[in-house]
Design a protein around this ligand. Structure first.
Ligand SMILES: *[C@@H]1O[C@H](CO)[C@@H](O)[C@H](O)[C@H]1NC(C)=O
Ligand SMILES: *[C@@H]1O[C@H](CO)[C@@H](O)[C@H](O)[C@H]1NC(C)=O
Ligand SMILES: *[C@@H]1O[C@H](CO)[C@@H](O)[C@H](O)[C@H]1NC(C)=O
Length: 310
């Protein structure tokens, strides 16, 4: 009984298993603040409109609060907030279109806190993201400024004044540089990202997680079956050939396993084409799928992959 209780408790306490949905309602024009005590923000719903009569109704005429069938999805909130510990913005600066003219509206954001690491690099600095044997998966990134205190020491206030500054190409550039690598170095510089607010001192915020790498080995003639329990396949490297004399060697004559420098050039492209972004895939390890890179050698298909969470 006692043991059972302890097990249950530790299951509940294990990070990533305990998922609270938090909800933040902000009347139009006010500041919305999202934050995670542990982990980083994962927005599950961000709506603008009105589905409730009483919320944000103080001092408003009935005509502005009667329509409770008004909602619009606001994707910019997850784009800005996902992956960060804190996220704060003035709602009238979001530039949302009006889903119901004449109704006084509010922002209704629901989010959970997921596992993730966040680093902040002040203007001109470098930082290395290191996942050891695992690979980096960038959750979000922004080069700009979203508050007046981060990276502000000793700086005059006029170069900290714009706190609504986002470089739209940050995530794609950092993801291209880092995803799937065991480590990568990022540089917080206007020479790399679009400068979204000239004259303002900026910083680079990057949130990421480390994903385990799996290896699949399939002897020639069999099928490789890849599967992600959570997320989708991200193919890191693949070779149909032979790079050692022991793998898939049982019962094979020496002549078929002695060439250990056999690389199938088209393997990565072919496996990526069949598997990337899917939750599972099957790839036959045969010469008809991959052109034969070493005639007479008995080959195997080895694939390194991770499961990217989407
Ligand atoms: C974020 O939330 C969505 C919806 O609840 C979920 O499907 C997704 O897996 C979450 N992302 C991560 C990385 O946990
Ligand atoms: C906010 O959105 C959530 C999720 O979509 C919904 O369940 C809830 O009723 C909404 N709350 C208000 C006050 O509109
Ligand atoms: C592999 O690449 C090399 C040079 O990059 C090329 O000479 C060779 O023909 C390619 N082999 C196959 C099977 O595509």
């Amino acid at each position: 009984m006692f043991v059972l209780k302890l097990t249950l408790l530790s299951l509940l306490m294990a990070p990533g298993l305990l998922v609270y949905a938090e909800n933040e309602i902000t009347c139009y024009g006010s500041v919305q603040h999202l934050g995670c005590d542990t982990g980083v923000i994962n927005v599950t719903s961000a709506l603008y409109g009105r589905t409730d009569k009483s919320i944000c109704s103080v001092g408003r005429p009935a005509s502005e609060t009667q329509n409770t069938a008004c909602t619009l999805n606001i994707p910019i909130i997850s784009a800005r907030c996902n992956g960060f510990r804190q996220c704060e913005f003035k709602t009238d600066k979001l530039g949302s279109t009006d889903p119901c003219l004449g109704t006084f509206k509010y922002y209704n954001t629901t989010f959970t806190c997921m596992q993730g690491r966040v680093i902040v690099i002040c203007e001109d600095g470098y930082s290395t993201l290191d996942c050891g044997n695992d690979v980096v998966d960038i959750i979000n990134a922004n080069y700009g400024r979203t508050d007046s205190t981060t990276c502000s020491t000793g700086l005059p206030s006029f170069i900290l004044a714009n706190t609504n500054c986002y470089a739209s190409n940050t995530l794609s550039l950092v993801a291209a540089e880092c995803n799937g690598k065991t480590s990568c170095t990022v540089h917080a510089s206007y020479t790399i990202f679009n400068d979204p607010c000239i004259g303002i001192s900026k910083y680079l915020t990057v949130s990421y997680r480390c994903l385990p790498v799996y290896t699949s080995v399939t002897c020639e003639g069999s099928n490789a079956a890849l599967k992600c329990e959570a997320g989708v396949l991200d193919i890191l490297s693949a070779n149909f050939g032979r790079t050692d004399s022991t793998t898939c060697s049982a019962g094979r004559p020496r002549s078929q396993i002695s060439n250990t420098k056999c690389y199938g050039n088209n393997t990565l492209a072919e496996v990526t084409n069949r598997c990337e972004g899917k939750s599972s895939c099957v790839v036959p390890a045969t010469n008809s799928v991959f052109s034969d890179p070493c005639v007479g050698t008995y080959k195997y298909l080895s694939i390194r992959y991770s499961c990217r969470i989407i």
